[in-house]
Ligand binder design. Structure first.
Ligand code: GBH
Length: 488
């Protein structure tokens, strides 16, 4: 089927948000501008060996200075929403005081977005804890959850009159387990107990902040609060092997249900509790916490890149270790014997499987299992190398095909009844890809890291055409909404 025609026919809910996503620690740069102090990623990246090529987020994509031009790009692509995150270390340097100069940047960003009719979709925590708090125990201590609420109050005081969509956390799985168990991400700890404490304290911070945001809501300003989780479909490598079936159950528990169940239902799954028994979770959960965590939310953010085919016989699968696999500790606390295997699917440069049907099936399943909970695809995208031609064009045929296939998969999910309200491409810009530094590109807009020049890639043009088809269907696009913006 022709994807453009397909998305043009899809009954997208009114006001469906078509956006692109970024995060502060990956694009802003200005690590020490306007009084900002280190986040854990600034400190982590300075340690040799932690980030590929010795890259640091110091410059990012220099978005701090180039923000108006970047917002103009969103407009040129015909997007209706922008998902960005706020840097705690910019708003409360060292978590000591409210930094109005830091907040002023987000104030200007929101005004710039609204002036272009782009809906601001704000994330409060995308992995960048102030380093000063890490030195006091970071997410392993309960106090950090309380301090998070003070930070949220400062952000809301400045932006709450204009921002309707608030996401508390981005992928707490990664900050808990990749940050504290496998240690590939900041703060780089390798301690299962620390990972479980971080998991629980982020949940608690989510609940406390959600409750506080409701108290702070201003009359006449609608407020929608949610959380973005990286959810996956875990498939056993051999469906007839009970060891692999158990591995898939463990990954589903650790990756999906240890987040969905506390947030939506105020309980940790019983099988998850059994898998991590004795590793320290019991010591940090206090009476009443789970009630606090289960504040009603208005939407669930779904970040989806790939599914996972898993085995309980590590490295015994058909693929074994892939060239992109780094040999590190397992992020799977209590299930360290579980490993991933590669199926017969194309892979991106991250070594992640390309499987758009997985996104469709995940959205349909979430819709069935959690009726009444609107969904936003808050991230979806792919790392591939770009081909920059002498005439200044950037070709990325594989990413363009990836975007098209995934938008079509979301269209199918909508037709199958999933209540999806938005889709955000990861990412607007090539950026600091965490432990991979600038070596991996996810942008639909190319960034020349030497000159910071932006160029819309073929995938950006393709996404713009899909969005125009979705928004206007068979109707001609209104004047000013071009399906194929000229390269900028
Ligand atoms: C997102 O997370 C991030 O939100 C974003 O900042 C980032 O730039 C983007 O993706 C691209 O990486 O269990 O150790 O084998 C990525 C979601 C979830 C993908 C965990 C890799 C496997 C890690 N990730 N997954 S592991």
């Amino acid at each position: 089927p022709d994807p453009l025609a397909q998305v043009g026919r899809t009954p997208w809910p009114p006001g469906f948000l078509w956006g692109a996503a970024t995060s502060a620690g990956q694009i802003e740069g200005g690590a020490h501008a306007d009084g900002r102090e280190d986040s854990i990623w600034d400190a982590f990246a300075r340690v040799p060996g932690n980030v590929a090529g010795g890259d640091t987020p110091e410059r990012g994509a220099e978005h701090l200075e180039r923000m108006p031009d970047d917002v103009a790009l969103l407009g040129a692509l015909g997007l209706t929403a922008y998902r960005f995150s706020v840097s705690w270390a910019r708003v409360r340097p060292g978590d000591r005081y409210r930094n109005d100069a830091g907040l002023a940047f987000y104030d200007r960003l929101v005004d710039e977005l609204l002036a272009r009719d782009v809906v601001p979709f704000l994330t409060l925590y995308h992995w960048d804890l102030p380093q000063a708090l890490e030195e006091r125990g970071g997410w392993t201590v309960r106090d950090t959850a309380e301090r998070f609420v003070r930070y949220v109050e400062d952000v809301h005081a400045r932006l709450g009159d204009r921002v309707e969509h608030w996401t508390t956390f981005n992928e707490p799985f990664c900050s808990a387990f990749i940050g504290h168990a496998s240690g590939e991400h900041a703060p780089g700890r390798q301690d299962p107990g620390a990972a479980l404490a971080a998991l629980h304290h982020q949940h608690l911070a989510h609940g406390l902040a959600t409750r506080r945001l409701r108290e702070l809501a201003r009359p006449g300003v609608p407020l929608q609060v949610g959380i973005s989780l990286n959810l996956t479909t875990a498939v056993p490598a051999d469906p007839d092997d009970p060891v692999d079936v158990d591995a898939a159950r463990r990954v589903d528990a650790l990756w999906n249900r240890a987040f969905l169940e506390p947030v939506l239902h105020g309980r940790y799954p019983a099988d998850f509790l059994a898998d991590v028994a004795g590793l320290g979770l019991e010591e940090v959960v206090r009476p009443g916490d789970l009630e606090t965590i289960a504040q009603p939310i208005d939407f669930l953010g779904v970040n989806h890149y790939h599914d996972d085919c898993v085995t309980g016989h590590p490295q015994s699968g058909p693929g074994g270790l892939r060239p992109t696999d780094k040999v590190t500790r397992s992020p799977f606390v209590g299930s360290e014997h579980v490993g991933s295997v590669t199926r017969d699917l194309p892979l991106t440069e991250m070594g992640w499987e390309v499987h758009p049907d997985g996104l469709r099936d995940l959205l349909v399943r979430l819709g069935r299992e959690h009726p009444g909970l609107p969904l936003h695809v808050t991230e979806n995208g792919a790392a591939y190398a770009d081909v920059v031609t002498p005439d200044g064009c950037v070709h990325d045929a594989q990413r363009a095909a990836f975007v098209e296939a995934h938008v079509a998969a979301v269209a199918e999910a909508v037709e199958l009844g999933a209540d999806v309200r938005g889709f955000f491409a990861w990412s607007l810009l090539d950026n600091f890809e965490w432990a991979w530094g600038y070596a991996k590109r996810f942008g639909i807009v190319h960034v020349d890291h030497a000159t910071q020049r932006r160029t819309v890639k073929d995938s950006g043009h393709r996404f713009a055409a899909l969005v125009a088809a979705a928004r206007h269907g068979d109707q001609p696009a209104p004047a000013g909404a071009r399906a194929q913006p000229a390269p900028l």
